[in-house]
Every structure is written in structure tokens, then in C-alpha cells.
Design a protein around this ligand. Structure first.
Ligand code: BG6
Ligand code: MG
Length: 219
């Protein structure tokens, strides 16, 4: 029986994926590294430093910067990102998410956040949904980021549930891999190509219906 839902944030609850892209794009432009939306798909779900390393790899700049310089570049991106998320309001919840969270609460299904973002709690406050989440996995305490299963395993543990009692919701390929490796039923939002490994996939968040998900997860 499903007793818990573990959500990714960026690209699932709200479209901050776009803000991450804009902030990385600004940095990449400054470094004269070509970054487009297609490459950006590979950055979804992975940590800030992993994202920077991938961008530097695109520009063949992997060996150029010291750890301190890389931390400075990542901070610079984060400062721009923090400015962009100041505009987030409850109206920025993606379609269908408010209803899904309401339905979960009504069904007594408990909810956790498993986002790689250190800005997660701020964004949840701005979206007005912090109270609906029982627990948030702290990404700063993870040894391994997505696609490693650690973050979703921790999410289930923090809910005091087994992986089989949980559903994980993701928009990133690395995230679906993480959920699957945790032994949790994976729900993907996105194109068939990106969500190929999800146990159940929909194209848009508006299609995330609790009854449909529970039916698939318990089949
Ligand atoms: C994930 C995003 O949720 O968080 C990634 O999908 C991002 O794009 C990662 O890099 C880390 O976010 P932050 O806010 O800690 O830089
Ligand atoms: Mg995401």
C-alpha cells in the first residue's frame, strides 16, 4: 500500500528549471562556453557543482580552474539564481500540483521533498507549500547526488516508510534513475525520450492524478 510521496522540486512542483537555465546560461556566456537548452537537460536534477563541472567539460575547461575558483563561479550562478527566485509566488505552482497535494493530504498520504537544491526550503516557502511537506531531505548531507539512490532512500526513511510504500516524482532522467535504484515506484513528467525508464510517465504535471498514480503503483 502506498503511504508516501517523495517529490523532486525543480521542474515538478514549479518551473525553477528555467531559472537554473537562465543563471547557468549567463555564467556560460561570460565564460564563452556554448550552452543551449538541449545540453541543459543533462544538468537537471544534478547538484550545483556537478552542473558546473559539466558546463566546464562542454567548453573543454575541466582542468582550467582551481577548486576555489570553481566555488566562486558556482556562487556567482547561485547569486543570480537567488535573484530570479525572488519572483516566485504560489501562482507559480505548476498546473495540477496544488490539487495533487490537496488530494494526498485528504488521502492521508504523507509527503517528502527530495530535491538536490539547497534553495529548496526557500522556494517551498515562496510557493506557500512548506506546511504540506512532512520532511525535507537535506542535500548538503548527501554523499552522492542523483542518479545515486541515496536522496530517495533518505526521503523514505525520513517518512519512516519502506521504499515499496512510496512513490517518487521526477522530471529529470537522473532523478528517475535515482528513484528506480531506491526501489521506489517512479513517476516521470516529461517527454517519452527523457522518461523512458519511469514506471509511469505523463507529459505534463496537469496529468498527475492521484487515482491514476495509485492504480499504476499498486498493479
Ligand atoms: C536540482 C536542479 O533540483 O537542484 C538542478 O534540477 C540544480 O538543476 C540542483 O543544479 C541544485 O540546486 P541549487 O539550488 O542547490 O543550486
Ligand atoms: Mg527536477
Amino acid at each position: 500500500m502506498i503511504k508516501g510521496f517523495i517529490f523532486d522540486l525543480d521542474g515538478v512542483l514549479t518551473d525553477t528549471a528555467e531559472y537554473h537555465y537562465q543563471a547557468w546560461k549567463k555564467l556560460a556566456d561570460k565564460l564563452m562556453i556554448p550552452l543551449d537548452r538541449e545540453m541543459n537537460e543533462q544538468l537537471k536534477g544534478i547538484s550545483r557543482m556537478d552542473s558546473l563541472n559539466r558546463i566546464l567539460a562542454i567548453g573543454n575547461r575541466t582542468e582550467v580552474y582551481s577548486i576555489e575558483e570553481k566555488e566562486q563561479l558556482a556562487d556567482e550562478k547561485n547569486e543570480d539564481y537567488k535573484k530570479l527566485i525572488l519572483t516566485v509566488t504560489p501562482a507559480d505552482l505548476l498546473p495540477g500540483i496544488a490539487d495533487l497535494l490537496t488530494d494526498l493530504k485528504a488521502a492521508g498520504i504523507r509527503v517528502a521533498l527530495a530535491s538536490a537544491s539547497k534553495n529548496g526550503p526557500v522556494i517551498m516557502d515562496r510557493l506557500g507549500i512548506s506546511d504540506l511537506f512532512e520532511t525535507v531531505v537535506d542535500p548538503a548531507e548527501l554523499k552522492n547526488g542523483k542518479p545515486d539512490p541515496e536522496i530517495f532512500i533518505k526521503g523514505a526513511k525520513q517518512l519512516n516508510l519502506t521504499p515499496k510504500e512510496c512513490v517518487g516524482v521526477e522530471d529529470a532522467k537522473a532523478g528517475i534513475e535515482s528513484i528506480n535504484a531506491a526501489g521506489i515506484f517512479s513517476v516521470g513528467v516529461g517527454t517519452k525520450e527523457m522518461m523512458g525508464k519511469a514506471d509511469y510517465a505523463v507529459a505534463e504535471t496537469s496529468e498527475l492524478k492521484l487515482a491514476d498514480i495509485l492504480k499504476k503503483a499498486t498493479n
